[in-house]
Design a protein around this ligand. Structure first.
Ligand code: PLP
Length: 402
């Protein structure tokens, strides 16, 4: 194999890795990444089968745990996040579950932020709780609360920064210092920024979690997830995927591989449009508040500018209710009056989406958990897509005046 046929890993700059890292070329010489849509692999002999299963010979066995297209996606994402290894999973939730099963056991404790993707909150609180793993929820940005929540049983800190849907941040470097001083691991869900805008491992995090369903695909097609981090931790998580089976489909991995090639270009475009829309919304009399880390009015704007390369594509805001109208009705009125925005809970798509978190993504939270996460009845989230920004502003004007 000549040097330029070797799979490349973390060879160069971000954009070069995004199109070339993890690119295996078969003997057919294809230029674009091949899709190995096969559940199993054939051995040349019984002895080769035995050697592969026994681990004495590397190679593919079965696509639950060895597939070249999935491996290519893992290597490319590992390169972009600056991690040693990546394990891909069937969804973002499967990535979090694989991490929990791989690294924690009954009696261990987790500290997580109150403002999490709603389903993540349920995974830790209800399902991990069922198996004796206790999670304490603390305010995302309050470092002293993280410190105070640590007990001798604490093994993991889990955060999203920026958070969904309020765009709150935590100082990742400072939080990792607190974690490491107590032998605790820090995992960061990097779904909102992606490595194009934020690299948590370089800031001190131990693990990065992805819902590839969002920006890594970027076009709203496939479910997938990933965990990135050091070999020793990822080996445990790989064991869970191999044994318990929340594996990524090779087809989805192929879609994500191609999605990563345009990731930075798309993230820069999402972020530029989100800033313009947030700035416009903030100037409208019908809008009570706008939450977007790119606005100078955001309480953590300076931290966002320091910690992230850009401010991301998601913003949220509250519409002032009219006389006699509830906050929820005002939010629903806005949503129903728009004509371009898609009413869907997804985000990270080329198409802009609008969501009412209080009755959808965060609808399963208890009233107390909702209040702690500051999900008000009037809150609306927009994930800004790649349409013309002037059309999106006109659509939001329709929403406000509808
Ligand atoms: C969507 C999402 C998840 C879950 O990912 P799935 O691919 O839907 O399972 C986790 N975290 C965040 C921040 C998300 O937005």
């Amino acid at each position: 194999m000549s040097a330029n046929q070797d799979p490349v890993n973390d060879i160069a700059g971000f954009d070069t890795d995004a199109v070339r890292a993890g690119n295996y070329r078969s003997e057919q010489g294809e230029h674009s990444e091949a899709l190995f849509l096969t559940s199993s692999f054939v051995f040349k002999s019984a002895a080769e089968a035995a050697a592969r299963f026994g681990g004495s010979e590397p190679g593919n066995i079965y696509s639950r745990f060895t597939n070249p297209t999935v491996r290519g996606f893992e290597q490319r994402l590992a390169a972009l996040e600056g991690g040693e290894r990546c394990v891909a999973t069937a969804s973002g939730m499967a990535a979090i579950l694989a991490m929990v099963l791989g690294l924690l056991k009954a009696g261990d404790e987790v500290v997580a932020s109150q403002s999490l993707f709603g389903t993540t909150n349920v995974l830790f609180d209800k399902y991990a709780g069922k198996f004796g793993i206790k999670t304490r929820f603390v305010p995302l940005a309050d470092l002293s609360a993280w410190q105070a929540a640590i007990t001798p049983a604490t093994r993991l800190f889990f955060v999203e920064s920026p958070s969904n849907p309020l765009g709150e941040l935590v100082d990742i470097a400072a939080l990792s210092d607190i974690a490491h001083a107590h032998g605790v691991l820090l995992a960061v869900d990097n779904c909102f920024c992606t490595p194009a805008l934020q690299r948590p491992l370089a800031l001190g995090a131990d693990l990065v979690i992805h819902s590839a369903t969002k920006y890594l695909d970027g076009q709203g097609r496939c479910l997938g997830g990933a965990v990135v981090g050091p070999h020793a931790l990822l080996e445990e998580i790989y064991g869970v995927v191999r044994t318990c089976g929340p594996s990524l489909s090779p087809f989805n991995a192929w879609v994500f591989l191609k999605g990563l090639e345009t990731l930075r270009l798309r993230m820069d475009a999402h972020a530029a449009s989100a800033l313009r829309l947030a700035t416009w919304l903030e100037a409208q009399p019908e809008v009570a508040a706008v939450h977007y880390p790119g606005l100078a009015s955001h309480p953590q704007h300076a931290l966002a500018a320091r910690q992230q390369r850009g401010f991301g594509g998601v913003l949220s805001f509250e519409v002032r209710p009219r006389d006699g109208e509830t906050a929820r009705d005002a939010a629903w009125r806005f949503i129903d009056a728009t004509r371009i925005l898609s009413i869907t809970a997804n985000l990270g798509d080329t198409k802009s989406t609008v969501t009412h978190p209080g009755t959808t993504t965060h609808g399963r939270l208890s009233p107390e958990a909702k209040a702690a996460a500051r999900i008000s009845d009037g809150l609306i989230r927009i994930a800004v897509g790649l349409e013309d920004i002037d059309d999106l502003i006109a659509d939001c004007a329709r929403g406000l005046r509808g």
